[in-house]
Design a protein around this ligand. Structure first.
Ligand code: NAD
Length: 364
Protein backbone atom coordinates (compact mmCIF):
# COMPACT_ATOMS: atom_id res chain seq x y z
CA UNK A 1 0.00 0.00 0.00
CA UNK A 2 1.23 3.48 -0.92
CA UNK A 3 0.11 6.43 1.24
CA UNK A 4 0.92 10.13 1.40
CA UNK A 5 1.29 11.45 4.93
CA UNK A 6 1.53 15.14 5.81
CA UNK A 7 3.66 15.76 8.87
CA UNK A 8 3.07 18.92 10.92
CA UNK A 9 5.64 18.84 13.76
CA UNK A 10 4.57 22.21 15.23
CA UNK A 11 6.16 23.63 18.38
CA UNK A 12 7.85 22.61 21.63
CA UNK A 13 8.10 18.83 21.96
CA UNK A 14 6.01 18.44 18.77
CA UNK A 15 9.00 17.82 16.47
CA UNK A 16 10.54 15.34 18.96
CA UNK A 17 7.49 13.12 19.37
CA UNK A 18 6.59 13.34 15.68
CA UNK A 19 10.06 12.05 14.74
CA UNK A 20 9.44 9.02 16.98
CA UNK A 21 6.10 8.34 15.30
CA UNK A 22 7.63 8.64 11.83
CA UNK A 23 10.32 6.10 12.82
CA UNK A 24 7.54 3.75 13.93
CA UNK A 25 5.68 4.27 10.63
CA UNK A 26 8.90 3.47 8.75
CA UNK A 27 9.17 0.24 10.72
CA UNK A 28 5.57 -0.64 9.80
CA UNK A 29 6.37 0.10 6.14
CA UNK A 30 9.42 -2.20 6.27
CA UNK A 31 7.62 -5.00 8.08
CA UNK A 32 4.50 -5.04 5.92
CA UNK A 33 5.84 -3.85 2.56
CA UNK A 34 3.99 -0.51 2.50
CA UNK A 35 5.29 2.79 1.20
CA UNK A 36 4.68 5.97 3.19
CA UNK A 37 5.66 9.24 1.56
CA UNK A 38 6.02 12.20 3.95
CA UNK A 39 5.48 15.89 3.21
CA UNK A 40 6.46 18.29 5.99
CA UNK A 41 4.56 21.58 6.51
CA UNK A 42 4.31 24.32 9.14
CA UNK A 43 1.57 25.04 11.65
CA UNK A 44 1.28 27.03 14.89
CA UNK A 45 4.06 29.18 16.38
CA UNK A 46 6.73 28.08 13.94
CA UNK A 47 4.43 29.05 11.05
CA UNK A 48 3.75 32.46 12.66
CA UNK A 49 7.50 33.06 12.95
CA UNK A 50 8.35 31.97 9.44
CA UNK A 51 5.21 32.68 7.39
CA UNK A 52 3.36 35.24 9.52
CA UNK A 53 0.30 32.97 9.79
CA UNK A 54 -0.56 30.08 12.15
CA UNK A 55 -1.97 28.19 9.17
CA UNK A 56 -0.28 29.09 5.88
CA UNK A 57 -2.30 28.28 2.73
CA UNK A 58 0.51 26.00 1.55
CA UNK A 59 -0.02 23.86 4.69
CA UNK A 60 -3.74 23.53 3.93
CA UNK A 61 -2.95 22.57 0.33
CA UNK A 62 -0.44 19.86 1.31
CA UNK A 63 -2.84 18.48 3.96
CA UNK A 64 -5.72 18.27 1.47
CA UNK A 65 -3.57 16.27 -0.94
CA UNK A 66 -2.59 13.64 1.62
CA UNK A 67 -4.14 10.42 2.91
CA UNK A 68 -3.42 11.15 6.56
CA UNK A 69 -1.98 13.97 8.69
CA UNK A 70 0.30 13.60 11.69
CA UNK A 71 0.50 16.60 14.03
CA UNK A 72 2.78 17.17 17.03
CA UNK A 73 1.53 20.12 19.08
CA UNK A 74 1.28 23.88 18.77
CA UNK A 75 1.84 26.83 21.08
CA UNK A 76 4.19 28.13 23.73
CA UNK A 77 4.87 31.19 25.88
CA UNK A 78 6.58 32.99 22.98
CA UNK A 79 3.23 33.44 21.22
CA UNK A 80 0.95 33.82 24.26
CA UNK A 81 0.54 37.57 23.98
CA UNK A 82 -0.35 37.71 20.28
CA UNK A 83 -3.89 38.75 19.30
CA UNK A 84 -6.54 36.02 18.85
CA UNK A 85 -6.20 35.55 15.11
CA UNK A 86 -2.45 35.19 15.31
CA UNK A 87 -2.44 32.59 18.10
CA UNK A 88 -0.96 29.14 17.35
CA UNK A 89 -4.26 27.44 18.35
CA UNK A 90 -5.92 29.23 15.42
CA UNK A 91 -3.86 26.97 13.17
CA UNK A 92 -5.34 23.91 14.84
CA UNK A 93 -8.95 25.12 14.79
CA UNK A 94 -8.41 26.28 11.20
CA UNK A 95 -7.16 22.95 9.85
CA UNK A 96 -10.03 21.07 11.54
CA UNK A 97 -12.50 23.43 9.90
CA UNK A 98 -10.77 23.42 6.47
CA UNK A 99 -10.84 19.63 6.35
CA UNK A 100 -14.28 19.37 7.93
CA UNK A 101 -12.96 17.07 10.66
CA UNK A 102 -16.17 16.90 12.65
CA UNK A 103 -15.43 13.89 14.83
CA UNK A 104 -12.73 13.80 17.47
CA UNK A 105 -11.96 10.34 18.81
CA UNK A 106 -10.14 9.97 22.08
CA UNK A 107 -9.64 6.46 23.33
CA UNK A 108 -8.89 6.16 27.04
CA UNK A 109 -7.30 2.87 27.96
CA UNK A 110 -5.90 2.05 31.36
CA UNK A 111 -2.70 0.04 31.03
CA UNK A 112 -2.35 -2.42 33.91
CA UNK A 113 1.34 -1.64 34.17
CA UNK A 114 0.64 2.06 34.70
CA UNK A 115 -2.29 1.74 37.06
CA UNK A 116 -0.30 3.27 39.92
CA UNK A 117 0.14 6.51 37.90
CA UNK A 118 -3.58 7.33 38.16
CA UNK A 119 -4.81 9.58 40.93
CA UNK A 120 -7.85 7.32 41.30
CA UNK A 121 -8.03 4.02 43.18
CA UNK A 122 -6.72 0.97 41.33
CA UNK A 123 -10.04 -0.89 41.37
CA UNK A 124 -11.83 2.09 39.78
CA UNK A 125 -9.37 2.42 36.92
CA UNK A 126 -8.34 -1.17 36.18
CA UNK A 127 -9.89 -2.33 32.92
CA UNK A 128 -11.10 1.09 31.72
CA UNK A 129 -11.46 1.07 27.94
CA UNK A 130 -13.65 3.85 26.62
CA UNK A 131 -13.86 6.13 23.60
CA UNK A 132 -14.92 9.75 23.81
CA UNK A 133 -16.38 11.07 20.59
CA UNK A 134 -16.54 14.86 20.55
CA UNK A 135 -18.25 16.96 17.87
CA UNK A 136 -15.50 19.24 16.65
CA UNK A 137 -16.60 21.76 14.05
CA UNK A 138 -19.84 23.27 15.35
CA UNK A 139 -21.66 23.96 18.62
CA UNK A 140 -20.65 26.57 21.17
CA UNK A 141 -17.12 27.11 19.84
CA UNK A 142 -18.21 28.16 16.37
CA UNK A 143 -21.81 29.50 16.67
CA UNK A 144 -22.50 33.13 15.69
CA UNK A 145 -23.04 35.70 17.08
CA UNK A 146 -20.03 35.53 19.34
CA UNK A 147 -19.54 39.06 20.57
CA UNK A 148 -19.44 41.72 23.23
CA UNK A 149 -21.96 44.52 22.89
CA UNK A 150 -23.66 47.21 24.84
CA UNK A 151 -27.25 47.03 26.10
CA UNK A 152 -28.84 49.82 28.17
CA UNK A 153 -25.43 51.22 28.98
CA UNK A 154 -24.05 47.88 30.18
CA UNK A 155 -21.65 45.48 28.52
CA UNK A 156 -23.21 42.16 27.55
CA UNK A 157 -21.48 39.16 26.03
CA UNK A 158 -22.89 36.39 23.82
CA UNK A 159 -21.70 32.99 22.63
CA UNK A 160 -24.04 30.87 20.54
CA UNK A 161 -24.68 27.13 20.72
CA UNK A 162 -25.66 26.38 17.13
CA UNK A 163 -26.17 23.00 15.44
CA UNK A 164 -27.64 21.87 12.17
CA UNK A 165 -29.59 18.64 12.48
CA UNK A 166 -27.28 17.05 9.90
CA UNK A 167 -24.24 17.92 12.04
CA UNK A 168 -25.74 16.11 15.02
CA UNK A 169 -26.81 13.18 12.91
CA UNK A 170 -23.39 12.46 11.41
CA UNK A 171 -21.55 12.47 14.76
CA UNK A 172 -24.18 10.26 16.41
CA UNK A 173 -23.95 7.83 13.47
CA UNK A 174 -20.19 7.74 13.90
CA UNK A 175 -20.71 6.83 17.56
CA UNK A 176 -22.92 3.88 16.66
CA UNK A 177 -20.47 2.70 14.00
CA UNK A 178 -17.64 2.77 16.55
CA UNK A 179 -19.74 1.00 19.17
CA UNK A 180 -20.50 -1.75 16.67
CA UNK A 181 -16.83 -2.79 16.63
CA UNK A 182 -16.44 -2.30 20.37
CA UNK A 183 -18.74 -3.30 23.25
CA UNK A 184 -21.98 -2.13 21.59
CA UNK A 185 -22.99 0.66 23.93
CA UNK A 186 -23.44 4.38 23.19
CA UNK A 187 -23.85 6.97 25.92
CA UNK A 188 -25.13 10.23 24.45
CA UNK A 189 -24.28 13.12 26.75
CA UNK A 190 -26.36 16.32 26.76
CA UNK A 191 -28.02 18.91 28.99
CA UNK A 192 -31.55 18.24 27.77
CA UNK A 193 -33.12 19.45 31.03
CA UNK A 194 -31.98 22.99 30.19
CA UNK A 195 -30.82 23.41 26.60
CA UNK A 196 -33.02 23.29 23.49
CA UNK A 197 -30.01 22.20 21.41
CA UNK A 198 -29.62 19.23 23.75
CA UNK A 199 -33.29 18.27 23.38
CA UNK A 200 -32.83 18.10 19.60
CA UNK A 201 -29.53 16.22 20.14
CA UNK A 202 -31.46 13.63 22.21
CA UNK A 203 -34.23 13.31 19.57
CA UNK A 204 -31.64 12.74 16.85
CA UNK A 205 -29.80 10.17 18.98
CA UNK A 206 -33.08 8.26 19.45
CA UNK A 207 -33.82 8.42 15.72
CA UNK A 208 -30.37 7.26 14.63
CA UNK A 209 -30.44 4.59 17.35
CA UNK A 210 -33.39 2.93 15.62
CA UNK A 211 -31.07 2.08 12.72
CA UNK A 212 -28.76 0.24 15.15
CA UNK A 213 -30.98 -2.18 17.09
CA UNK A 214 -27.92 -4.21 18.12
CA UNK A 215 -26.45 -1.25 20.05
CA UNK A 216 -27.58 -0.11 23.48
CA UNK A 217 -28.28 3.64 23.69
CA UNK A 218 -28.42 5.57 26.93
CA UNK A 219 -28.72 9.32 27.54
CA UNK A 220 -26.85 11.05 30.33
CA UNK A 221 -26.82 14.66 31.50
CA UNK A 222 -23.38 16.20 31.21
CA UNK A 223 -23.06 17.00 34.92
CA UNK A 224 -23.85 13.40 35.79
CA UNK A 225 -21.42 12.17 33.11
CA UNK A 226 -18.63 14.24 34.67
CA UNK A 227 -19.35 12.56 37.99
CA UNK A 228 -19.77 9.02 36.60
CA UNK A 229 -16.44 9.22 34.76
CA UNK A 230 -14.69 9.44 38.11
CA UNK A 231 -17.08 7.20 40.08
CA UNK A 232 -17.34 4.26 37.69
CA UNK A 233 -15.59 4.81 34.33
CA UNK A 234 -15.88 1.13 33.37
CA UNK A 235 -19.61 1.58 32.63
CA UNK A 236 -18.73 3.51 29.44
CA UNK A 237 -17.96 2.20 25.99
CA UNK A 238 -18.56 5.02 23.44
CA UNK A 239 -19.50 8.40 24.87
CA UNK A 240 -20.68 10.97 22.28
CA UNK A 241 -21.25 14.67 22.91
CA UNK A 242 -21.32 18.32 21.83
CA UNK A 243 -18.09 20.27 21.20
CA UNK A 244 -17.60 22.05 24.54
CA UNK A 245 -18.98 19.21 26.70
CA UNK A 246 -16.57 16.90 24.85
CA UNK A 247 -13.64 19.22 25.35
CA UNK A 248 -14.12 19.18 29.10
CA UNK A 249 -15.09 15.52 29.54
CA UNK A 250 -12.24 14.26 27.38
CA UNK A 251 -9.65 16.10 29.46
CA UNK A 252 -11.26 14.77 32.61
CA UNK A 253 -11.23 11.22 31.21
CA UNK A 254 -7.62 11.59 30.15
CA UNK A 255 -6.54 11.72 33.77
CA UNK A 256 -7.99 8.26 34.40
CA UNK A 257 -4.85 6.86 32.79
CA UNK A 258 -2.52 9.04 34.78
CA UNK A 259 -0.51 10.79 32.09
CA UNK A 260 -1.14 13.11 29.19
CA UNK A 261 1.89 11.57 27.53
CA UNK A 262 -0.08 8.35 26.93
CA UNK A 263 -3.16 9.65 25.10
CA UNK A 264 -3.66 9.58 21.34
CA UNK A 265 -6.43 11.22 19.34
CA UNK A 266 -7.91 11.24 15.86
CA UNK A 267 -10.05 13.82 14.12
CA UNK A 268 -11.91 12.56 11.12
CA UNK A 269 -14.50 13.73 8.58
CA UNK A 270 -16.79 11.93 6.15
CA UNK A 271 -14.22 12.08 3.36
CA UNK A 272 -10.62 13.22 2.98
CA UNK A 273 -7.65 12.74 5.28
CA UNK A 274 -7.93 12.38 9.05
CA UNK A 275 -5.72 14.28 11.50
CA UNK A 276 -3.85 12.31 14.17
CA UNK A 277 -2.20 13.92 17.17
CA UNK A 278 -1.37 13.35 20.82
CA UNK A 279 -3.78 14.92 23.30
CA UNK A 280 -0.99 16.73 25.13
CA UNK A 281 0.32 20.18 24.22
CA UNK A 282 3.78 21.41 23.30
CA UNK A 283 5.16 21.02 26.86
CA UNK A 284 7.53 24.02 26.67
CA UNK A 285 8.91 23.10 30.11
CA UNK A 286 10.64 20.00 28.72
CA UNK A 287 11.03 20.91 25.01
CA UNK A 288 14.42 20.23 23.46
CA UNK A 289 15.59 18.11 26.39
CA UNK A 290 14.82 14.67 25.00
CA UNK A 291 12.45 13.98 27.90
CA UNK A 292 9.10 13.85 26.06
CA UNK A 293 7.07 10.67 26.18
CA UNK A 294 6.52 9.66 22.54
CA UNK A 295 3.90 6.95 23.25
CA UNK A 296 0.80 9.15 22.71
CA UNK A 297 2.05 10.17 19.28
CA UNK A 298 3.03 6.60 18.45
CA UNK A 299 -0.46 5.44 19.48
CA UNK A 300 -1.86 8.25 17.28
CA UNK A 301 -0.21 6.79 14.19
CA UNK A 302 -1.66 3.42 15.15
CA UNK A 303 -5.07 5.14 14.92
CA UNK A 304 -4.09 6.56 11.51
CA UNK A 305 -3.21 3.07 10.28
CA UNK A 306 -6.55 1.74 11.53
CA UNK A 307 -9.02 4.51 10.74
CA UNK A 308 -7.54 6.23 7.65
CA UNK A 309 -5.73 3.36 5.94
CA UNK A 310 -7.82 0.37 7.12
CA UNK A 311 -4.61 -1.36 8.31
CA UNK A 312 -5.94 -2.93 11.52
CA UNK A 313 -3.27 -5.62 11.76
CA UNK A 314 -0.49 -3.05 11.49
CA UNK A 315 -2.22 -0.84 14.08
CA UNK A 316 -2.42 -3.80 16.44
CA UNK A 317 1.31 -4.44 16.11
CA UNK A 318 2.05 -0.84 17.13
CA UNK A 319 -0.44 -0.86 20.02
CA UNK A 320 0.89 -4.17 21.26
CA UNK A 321 4.47 -2.89 21.13
CA UNK A 322 3.43 0.08 23.31
CA UNK A 323 1.85 -2.28 25.89
CA UNK A 324 4.92 -4.53 25.77
CA UNK A 325 7.43 -1.78 26.55
CA UNK A 326 5.28 -0.68 29.49
CA UNK A 327 5.03 -4.26 30.77
CA UNK A 328 8.81 -4.54 30.41
CA UNK A 329 9.04 -1.60 32.81
CA UNK A 330 10.39 1.05 30.43
CA UNK A 331 9.37 4.56 31.48
CA UNK A 332 9.84 8.17 30.44
CA UNK A 333 9.97 10.76 33.23
CA UNK A 334 6.24 11.58 33.18
CA UNK A 335 5.17 8.00 33.92
CA UNK A 336 8.03 6.85 36.14
CA UNK A 337 7.48 6.19 39.81
CA UNK A 338 10.00 7.58 42.25
CA UNK A 339 13.39 5.94 41.92
CA UNK A 340 12.61 4.28 38.56
CA UNK A 341 15.12 4.67 35.73
CA UNK A 342 13.83 6.86 32.94
CA UNK A 343 14.44 6.68 29.21
CA UNK A 344 14.83 9.52 26.75
CA UNK A 345 12.38 10.07 23.87
CA UNK A 346 14.68 8.30 21.40
CA UNK A 347 15.46 5.42 23.78
CA UNK A 348 11.75 4.81 24.37
CA UNK A 349 11.13 4.89 20.61
CA UNK A 350 13.92 2.34 20.08
CA UNK A 351 12.29 0.05 22.67
CA UNK A 352 8.94 0.27 20.83
CA UNK A 353 10.62 -0.53 17.51
CA UNK A 354 12.49 -3.44 19.11
CA UNK A 355 9.16 -4.79 20.45
CA UNK A 356 7.68 -4.53 16.94
CA UNK A 357 10.64 -6.38 15.49
CA UNK A 358 10.31 -9.11 18.14
CA UNK A 359 6.63 -9.55 17.36
CA UNK A 360 7.50 -9.97 13.67
CA UNK A 361 10.12 -12.65 14.57
CA UNK A 362 7.60 -14.56 16.67
CA UNK A 363 4.95 -14.54 13.90
CA UNK A 364 7.39 -15.46 11.11
P1 NAD B 1 0.94 20.47 27.96
O1 NAD B 1 0.17 19.27 27.59
O2 NAD B 1 1.87 20.98 26.94
O3 NAD B 1 1.81 20.16 29.29
C1 NAD B 1 1.22 19.88 30.54
C2 NAD B 1 2.24 19.12 31.42
O4 NAD B 1 2.36 17.79 30.93
C3 NAD B 1 3.65 19.72 31.36
O5 NAD B 1 4.25 19.59 32.61
C4 NAD B 1 4.37 18.86 30.35
O6 NAD B 1 5.76 18.78 30.56
C5 NAD B 1 3.70 17.52 30.55
N1 NAD B 1 3.66 16.75 29.28
C6 NAD B 1 2.82 16.97 28.23
N2 NAD B 1 3.08 16.11 27.24
C7 NAD B 1 4.09 15.35 27.67
C8 NAD B 1 4.82 14.27 27.08
N3 NAD B 1 4.57 13.82 25.85
N4 NAD B 1 5.81 13.72 27.80
C9 NAD B 1 6.09 14.15 29.04
N5 NAD B 1 5.44 15.14 29.65
C10 NAD B 1 4.45 15.74 28.97
O7 NAD B 1 -0.09 21.59 28.40
P2 NAD B 1 0.15 23.12 28.81
O8 NAD B 1 1.42 23.23 29.60
O9 NAD B 1 -1.11 23.56 29.38
O10 NAD B 1 0.36 23.89 27.43
C11 NAD B 1 1.61 24.19 26.85
C12 NAD B 1 1.38 24.77 25.47
O11 NAD B 1 0.76 23.79 24.62
C13 NAD B 1 0.43 25.97 25.48
O12 NAD B 1 0.92 26.92 24.58
C14 NAD B 1 -0.90 25.39 25.00
O13 NAD B 1 -1.68 26.35 24.34
C15 NAD B 1 -0.42 24.33 24.04
N6 NAD B 1 -1.38 23.22 23.83
C16 NAD B 1 -1.44 22.71 22.58
C17 NAD B 1 -2.25 21.64 22.31
C18 NAD B 1 -2.25 21.05 20.93
O14 NAD B 1 -1.38 21.41 20.14
N7 NAD B 1 -3.15 20.16 20.60
C19 NAD B 1 -3.02 21.06 23.34
C20 NAD B 1 -2.93 21.59 24.62
C21 NAD B 1 -2.09 22.67 24.87
Amino acid sequence: MKKKITVLPGDGIGPEVVQSAVNVLDTVADQFGHEFEYSYAKIGGVAIDEENSPLPSETVRVCKESDGILLGAVGGPKWDTLPGDMRPEKGLLGIRKELNLFANLRPVTAFDSLIEASTLRKEVVKGVDLMILRELTSGLYFGEPKERREENGEQVVVDTLYYKRSEIERIIKQAFELARVRRKKVTSVDKANVLESSRVWREVAEEVGKQYPDIELEHMLVDNAAMQLIRDPKQFDVLVTENMFGDILSDEASMLTGSLGMLPSASIGSTGPGLYEPVHGSAPDIAGQGKANPLATIASVAMMLKYSFGLSKEAEVVDKAVSTVLEQGYRTGDIAAEGETTLSTTEMTEKVIAAMTNQAKVTN
